[in-house]
Structures are given as structure tokens and as C-alpha cells.
Design a protein around this ligand. Structure first.
Ligand code: ATP
Length: 363
């Protein structure tokens, strides 16, 4: 049977374990050997104990757990050819020519580059006597399939990234908790949530918690927003509301691209309205805890599909990402999605917000 390596890379997200489990299970079911590659690309470069064969039993009981049980890392060496040469050697030793990469756009870009270089890397390893003729022949092509694990829901090409739903639940729980104390003391809370390039968590979190206002990167407020915001808050209070909740995405900006931070918003509210205003930064709480049922199922579906996509792969087909379109599992070209995701970030950094939203939309 074929050998498949599965690894998680970049920031962790809830639901990654479901994907790992599904890759092991579907792979085994189809008669493949599946290997865990621990600590992302670092484990691939270092080899040894980092690459271990998975068993049905070892993938039990992980679906319920947050984060990634096989570890994730950022790896400088993999960005250099020398690092990728070592990674290729470690895969060839185990006869692994199929990879499932679970991560963000950086991790997927690295995987695609690795695939493009593969033949050249193997030639070099052969020349240096680090692999045999036989190994060179048996491992001539590398197939890769990507799954998008990210709490931000910031990837073009899928309706939901694995982990975004759980992060959203953490936010909603936290806002609900804050709201009870805010109400007791008639306070205003400004809550910073994750999302450097994507306002999904802030926007949907705000809708689901009856927040009074939300700041997101894609939709900077009109100039003079300070007065509009305070009018709105005062209006809520005059109608009998005892608290105010404002959500600020990490990457929120004004029309000139200057950051709008939770502290800035707090200052506006205290200066103009004299409300007792507090800032809460949710931070890593959003990455923590058990995955929701949605992320468990999403991760599982994508993991199973990834194995099927690897079985269908040929040397000439471009690498794909398994993703969600509506409620359908689909395969989309990996590099197109990565390029569009990066184009969105570029447009946003140039204050071209309409273009960013247009690019984000389905094509
Ligand atoms: P997140 O959404 O959490 O940022 P990510 O996958 O985008 O996830 P990165 O830190 O960008 O996270 O990438 C993870 C790892 O992938 C890097 O540490 C590096 O090892 C590898 N990688 C990223 N970009 C490249 C690249 N252009 N070439 C080779 N390897 C890369």
C-alpha cells in the first residue's frame, strides 16, 4: 500500500485532531500506511522519532481534544532548500510520497513549493549517495493535499476553516459572561477578539451576542465614528439597556489604515460619555478548549476527503485543498486559493477594502 504522512503546521486550531484521526482511519481502511509527522515541518526536517506510524488505536480519543495532539511549529529550516532536502530524505526513508498538510496559507505554500522541487531534491540526494537508485525510482512523485486549519476563517476557497466555529463559541461564551457583570454595574465593555485580516469572528460574534458595535478590518468606520458610536451607546442606555458591548477585531483599522484598538475605543467612550468602561482582551482563550461538534465533523469530513484526493492524484494534477462549499465537500486548486488569500491581505494593507471584499467573495 501507499504511505501517507499527516502533519499540522502554523497556528493550532480546534478540529485539527479530527482531521488527523480521519486521515489515519480512511488511510488504513484503504490499505495505506499512515505516519504522524510531529511538530509540523520541524519534525519532517528532523526526522527520527518525529515520524511514526499511526495505528487505529493511537487515533482514538483525540477528536474531543482541542489544539493538535501531534504538535505544530513554525520552522525556519523548511524555508531554506537545505531544510527541505533533509525533509525529503526523511520521507523517502519511510517511503512516504503522499502528504496531508493541515495549516494556514503559509503551510500550504511551503507544501506546494516542496512538491514542485521534489524531483530536483531527490536527484540531489541520489547524487550525494543519501538515497538509492531504487528509492529514487519508488518515490519519484510527491502528492500533497491541503486542509485549512485556522480559527480566523481567513482563507479564500472555503466557507469555513477548521477551528473557526469553536473560536466563535469561545467568544460568545466570554461575551455572555462579561454581559452579566457589565449589566450589574452598568458598564461598557470593549472586547478585543482575534482576526488580523479577517473580521469573521468579530462580526458574527457581535451578531450572536447583541453587541452594540463592532470594528472589523474589512469595513473601517466612517470618519467621525467617535460621535456616531457614542450617540448609539447613549441611545441604548436611554432605552433602558444597562450595559454596552463593543467588539474590536485585532486587525481593525480606520479609513486611513491606522489601527483602532480596544484601548482607543475605551478612551473615546470614557472621554465623551464618562461611562465606566473596561477592556477585555480574549487572546488565547479563543484557541482553547474542546472543539464544537461542527468542527469535529468538519475536520473529519475534510480528513477523509483528503485521503480520497490523494488516491486520485496524478503527477500532472495541481495540488488541491479540500474545503467546504455550502454544505458540500469540494476540492479546489491549492495555489489559486493561496494566491487569492494573499491578494486579500495585500489589498487590505493598501487600504483597498472594497477590492479585498470582492476578492474574498466566491468566484
Ligand atoms: P497561520 O494561519 O497560523 O499563520 P500558516 O500556515 O500561515 O498558519 P506560517 O507561520 O505562515 O503559518 O507557516 C508555517 C510554516 O510553514 C513556517 O514556519 C514554514 O516552516 C512553512 N512555510 C511557510 N511559508 C513557506 C514558504 N514560502 N516556503 C517554505 N516553507 C514555508
Amino acid at each position: 500500500g501507499r504511505a501517507i504522512g499527516v502533519f499540522t503546521s502554523g497556528g493550532d486550531s480546534q478540529g485539527m485532531n479530527s482531521s488527523v484521526r480521519a486521515v489515519v482511519r480512511m488511510g488504513s481502511y484503504l490499505g495505506c500506511k499512515v505516519f504522524y509527522i510531529k511538530e509540523g515541518y520541524q519534525g519532517m526536517v528532523d526526522g527520527g522519532d518525529n515520524i511514526v506510524e499511526a495505528t487505529w488505536a493511537s487515533s482514538s480519543g483525540i477528536m474531543q481534544r482541542g489544539g493538535t495532539v501531534i504538535g505544530s511549529a513554525r520552522c525556519k529550516e523548511f524555508r531554506e532548500r537545505e531544510g527541505r532536502l533533509r525533509a525529503a530524505e526523511n520521507l523517502v526513508i519511510k517511503n512516504i510520497t503522499n502528504l496531508v498538510v493541515i495549516g494556514g496559507d503559509g503551510s500550504l505554500t511551503g507544501a506546494n513549493l516542496f512538491r514542485q522541487e521534489w524531483a530536483g531534491l531527490l536527484d540531489e540526494l541520489l547524487e550525494k549517495g543519501r538515497i538509492s537508485q531504487q528509492q529514487r525510482k519508488e518515490c519519484s512523485h510527491l502528492n500533497i493535499v491541503g486542509l485549512v486549519g485556522s480559527i480566523d476563517n481567513d482563507f479564500c476557497g472555503t466557507d469555513m476553516t477548521i477551528g473557526a466555529d469553536t473560536a466563535l463559541h469561545r467568544i460568545v461564551e466570554a461575551v455572555d459572561c462579561i454581559a452579566t457583570t457589565a449589566s450589574s454595574h452598568q458598564r461598557c465593555f470593549v472586547m478585543e477578539v482575534m482576526g488580523r485580516h479577517c473580521g469573521y469572528l468579530a462580526l458574527v460574534g457581535a451578531l450572536a451576542t447583541e453587541a452594540d458595535w463592532v470594528f472589523i478590518p474589512e469595513w473601517p468606520p466612517e470618519d467621525g465614528w467617535e460621535d456616531t458610536l457614542c450617540r448609539k451607546l447613549a441611545n441604548e442606555r436611554s432605552m433602558g439597556q444597562r450595559l454596552n458591548i463593543i467588539l474590536v477585531a485585532e486587525g481593525a483599522v480606520d479609513r486611513k489604515g491606522n489601527p483602532i484598538t480596544a484601548d482607543m475605543v475605551k478612551k473615546v467612550v470614557t472621554d465623551k460619555l464618562k461611562y465606566d468602561t473596561r477592556v477585555t482582551v480574549l487572546g488565547h482563550v479563543q484557541r482553547g478548549g474542546k472543539p464544537t461538534a461542527f468542527d469535529r465533523i468538519l475536520g473529519s469530513r475534510m480528513g477523509a476527503e483528503a485521503v480520497l484526493a490523494l488516491m486520485d492524484a496524478t503527477p500532472n494534477t495541481p495540488a488541491c485543498v479540500c474545503s467546504l462549499d455550502g454544505n458540500q465537500t469540494v476540492r479546489v486548486p491549492l495555489m489559486e486559493c493561496v494566491e487569492r488569500t494573499q491578494a486579500v491581505q495585500k489589498a487590505m494593507s493598501e487600504n483597498n477594502f472594497e477590492e479585498a471584499v470582492r476578492l474574498r467573495g466566491k468566484s
